[in-house]
Design a protein around this ligand. Structure first.
Ligand code: 5AD
Ligand code: FES
Length: 369
């Protein structure tokens, strides 16, 4: 099944016939193995604070949710968890929190990054997922050792974006933030929620074209899940609708793999929230990254972006062993101690250099093209 045009993407996403879906997902898996190999890379996820100054209508840790017990981990405790993940053979981690832009927070993150760098001799890869920030902040964190950044656009369609955010959350600032990240040199990841009320398959197809236009290296996508303590608690929801969102998300993973080919695609935790084997199924549809939660157990219950979040009580070691077994069970290899950069990133960065021939000994003049 060729996925080469906008209408191919729409047709593949819209077709919920189980046999057609099975064919699509099988092709997503074959394409993943051909493009990025049989290795599934791990990122240990540390959710170090649930304090958030934003108020996204869908998110359980939004500032207006008074039912959340707020926490921020100690910098040394975060570094301990990162070092533990490293000892447990994680090649890289993701630091995630609610969004804050104040000076204290920016300094705090920089301090955490420097501690992690010291504790792991700079060998542990660090991805940040800390929202929209200024170019100076992004640069400071890059210089302190972060090299990848995840910032979901949530939807590439501005009107839909406005419908799920308060009016002071600006779509343009998201776009500008993605540009800032890329210009600094981060590997950039983005993604969307799937099954947002009012979202069409054409909107999702435009998201896929957006990922291509943005030349993104990494993708994280998952089904929208209703959280009871948010303004979207009344969104239409049912067993059937959840199943539909889940399957649409699987098709979206396969379509993105077939269309974008060499990017890293995460099997998101939200997939598992809707189906016990959700992440394995996403790997079998074309995803190649899995992000086990390595946050120390006491904090996880307070970081619930959506209802029914899985793995609230497993220790990091349990999560790792459980997921390794799951990966082997579907015929893939867990990729230990590797940063696991996407081939897309290597091509994006190295190909232009190779094309310019920067081999040692060659002296190139400015106009030597
Ligand atoms: N359902 C699904 N995903 C959600 N996120 C936040 N709230 C929800 C929800 N209710 C996702 C957003 C965000 C990421 C950290 O979690 O896409 O970018
Ligand atoms: Fe925290 Fe959206 S509610 S970033």
């Amino acid at each position: 099944m060729a996925i080469a045009t906008f209408s191919d993407i729409v047709a593949a996403l819209a077709n919920d016939d189980p046999e057609a879906e099975a064919v699509l997902l099988g092709e997503g898996l074959a394409c993943r193995r051909a493009q990025v190999g049989p290795t599934v890379f791990f990122r240990g996820l540390i959710e170090f604070s649930n304090v958030c100054r934003k108020d996204c209508h869908y998110c359980g840790i939004r500032r207006s949710n008074r039912r959340v017990q707020r926490y921020t981990m100690d910098p040394e405790a975060i570094a301990d968890d990162a070092a533990l993940a490293f000892e447990q053979q994680y090649g890289s981690i993701v630091l995630q929190s609610g969004e804050r832009t104040d000076r204290v927070f920016v300094d705090f993150v920089e301090d955490v990054l420097l501690r992690i760098h010291r504790r792991t001799s700079g060998l542990l890869g660090v991805t940040l997922s800390l929202g929209e920030q200024s170019v100076d902040t992004y640069r400071r964190w890059f210089e302190a050792g972060a090299h990848r950044y995840l910032l979901r656009i949530e939807t590439s369609q501005e009107a839909l974006y406005r419908s799920i955010h308060p009016s002071d959350h600006r779509f343009q600032n998201r776009l500008d933030s993605l540009d800032r990240l890329r210009s600094i040199g981060y590997q950039v990841g983005t993604g969307v929620m799937i099954g947002i009320p009012g979202q069409t398959v054409e909107d999702l197809a435009r998201d896929v074209l957006f990922f291509e236009a943005q030349d993104i290296d990494m993708l994280g996508m998952g089904p929208f899940i209703v959280h009871q303590d948010t303004p979207m608690a009344d969104a239409e929801d049912s067993e059937a609708l959840r199943a539909w969102r889940f399957h649409l998300a699987l098709r979206m993973v396969a379509v993105c793999r077939l269309y974008l080919k060499d990017v890293n695609i995460a099997a998101s935790t939200a997939m598992q929230a809707l189906h016990p084997q959700g992440r394995e199924m996403a790997l079998q549809a074309g995803a190649n990254i899995i992000m086990p939660n390595v946050t120390r157990v006491g904090y996880r219950e307070h970081y619930q972006l959506y209802d029914n979040k899985p793995c609230l009580t497993e220790s990091p070691g349990d999560c790792r062993d459980c997921i390794r077994a799951r990966i082997r069970s579907v015929g893939d290899e867990p990729g230990d101690l590797s940063w696991g950069d996407s081939p897309h990133y290597a091509r994006r960065v190295l190909d232009p250099l190779l094309a310019r021939d920067v081999s040692p000994g060659r002296v190139s003049e400015p106009d030597d093209a």
